[in-house]
Design a protein around this ligand. Structure first.
Ligand code: GLC
Length: 441
């Protein structure tokens, strides 16, 4: 028989990955010079803008509205436990005070402040884990080869703002290593390093060897830092999925990154997702055992748009009542067609059924519940009023109130006697009891 409980175990994973998985939900921030043209972070590429022209944004960049405390407070209000910001995106502009290029916010912009330092300090103060995004691809650094950039009809041979025929990728990797050394040394604890895009790079063994050395340095400087899979897969603690939620969760740790608006970097005419959409996506991802990294794109003034902020706060309010079913859980069994809930998450002794469409007939059906049930109640109900339940061998029928307590998503908690480890084994405990109601434990 197909076994639905073998997925999403954390056994055998490094501690840093387990901790990161428990956090479940983070804020992604795409912020840089591209906030000025306000057409997303790919505008330099899209318009084929040469570096000397694009560089003109730097002296205009003065985001006086930037307030690290506010951004971090918003992430907290949204229920996010970590934050990952673009230290350098593909345009090559550095958002920290790097000694390796003057093309950075402190030296090239009137703003003169280091947002990476301010955000790192604020995360530490407000108790969030801080992480940085670093684009391997670089349209500004001369040693980054054009052949390792993205090819499209518009740019069939790739695009570089300052192309150099004899660009030396190994030299670029020295530059990258130096920059990462700064980021991993000067900004306190770093919990996540999010590489982006490798294209055709790291296919050669000498390049992969350098990548391994760089990861070795990161591990030494920041042993608790998780690393994603976009440095040619070298050092990968987790897989990434972009703007899509995979059909089912596998055994591998993974993170789904998505945008609250349409694009990653600020775009003036973007539409913003409603809080309800974000809640459903978070539930979907958590049910598959993944992490959810949700992006905002602040403006050139350093402000996160009110529409984005309000959707995030709505999600945060939902998490205040229902967070127990998200944080620290693992993904549950995959859905069966006859079951009318959207996802299951679990922790030892408990399962959480996420009911998105409230049943008109007042019944929620769980086809395969191979345990001894001790209680069933709605997570958002502070009284934990027991829900009447019929349990026939393995089939569980839960009777719910006519009105959905939450208009978007509701969680039914099932507590049971079986030990968590039992569920991970091949043979689930098939004891079932028939009861008409159970008492809340
Ligand atoms: C894509 C985009 C890039 C963005 C990233 C986030 O790779 O090209 O701009 O930073 O997604 O995952």
């Amino acid at each position: 028989m197909e076994h639905r409980f073998a997925e999403n175990s954390r056994e055998g994973l490094p501690e840093r990955v387990k901790r990161w998985q428990q956090a479940r939900f983070g804020m992604f921030i795409h912020w840089g010079l591209y906030a000025i043209p306000a057409r997303g972070e790919w505008s330099q590429y899209g318009d084929g803008v040469p570096a000397e022209e694009y560089e003109q944004y730097a002296p205009q960049f003065d985001p006086t509205g930037f307030d690290a405390a506010e951004w971090v407070a918003l992430a907290k209000a949204a229920g996010q436990k970590y934050l990952v910001i673009t230290a350098k995106h593909h345009d090559g502009f550095c958002m920290w005070d790097t000694a390796l290029t003057d093309y950075n916010i402190v030296k090239a912009s009137p703003f003169g402040r280091d947002p990476i330092a301010e955000l790192a300090a604020e995360c530490e103060r407000q108790g969030l884990t801080f992480g940085v995004y670093y684009s391997v691809k670089d349209w500004h650094c001369r040693d980054y080869p054009t052949r390792y950039t993205y090819r499209t009809k518009r740019h069939p041979d790739g695009f570089h703002g300052r192309p150099k025929d004899d660009a030396d990728f190994m030299k670029y990797l020295d530059y990258m290593e130096g920059q990462l050394r700064e980021l991993m040394t000067n900004y306190g604890r770093i919990g996540a390093l999010w590489f982006d895009w490798y294209g055709d790079a790291f296919e050669r063994e000498d390049e992969r060897e350098r990548a391994r050395e760089i990861i070795g340095m990161v591990r030494e400087l920041q042993p608790d830092c998780v690393v994603n899979d976009r440095l040619g897969g070298v050092g990968a603690d987790f897989a990434t999925s972009e703007q899509t939620i995979p059909g089912s969760g596998g055994a591998e740790p993974f993170e789904v990154c998505m945008t609250v608006a349409g694009s990653w970097g600020y775009s003036a005419d973007d539409t913003v997702k409603e809080g309800a959409v974000l809640i459903r996506d978070l539930v979907d991802v958590a049910g598959k055992g993944g992490n959810y990294l949700l992006n905002v794109g602040p403006s050139e003034k350093g402000l996160i748009g009110e529409a984005e902020a309000s959707s995030l706060r709505e999600l945060g309010r939902w998490l205040e009542a229902n967070g127990e079913a998200i944080y620290g859980t693992v993904g549950g069994p995959s859905m069966r067609w006859e079951e009318n809930f959207a996802a299951v998450t679990r922790r030892p002794g408990r399962e959480y059924l996420h009911v998105d469409r409230w049943p008109e007939d007042g019944r929620v059906f769980y086809n395969d519940f191979p345990r001894t049930l001790t209680s069933a109640y709605l997570l958002a109900d502070p009284e934990r009023t027991p829900l009447p339940v019929d349990l026939h061998h393995r089939s569980l029928m839960i009777h719910v109130p006519a009105e959905a307590p939450d208009p978007v998503a509701n969680v039914i908690v099932l507590t049971y006697e079986a030990l968590f480890s039992d569920l991970l084994g091949r043979n689930g405990d098939a004891r079932g009891r028939t009861r008409s109601a159970v008492t809340a434990g």
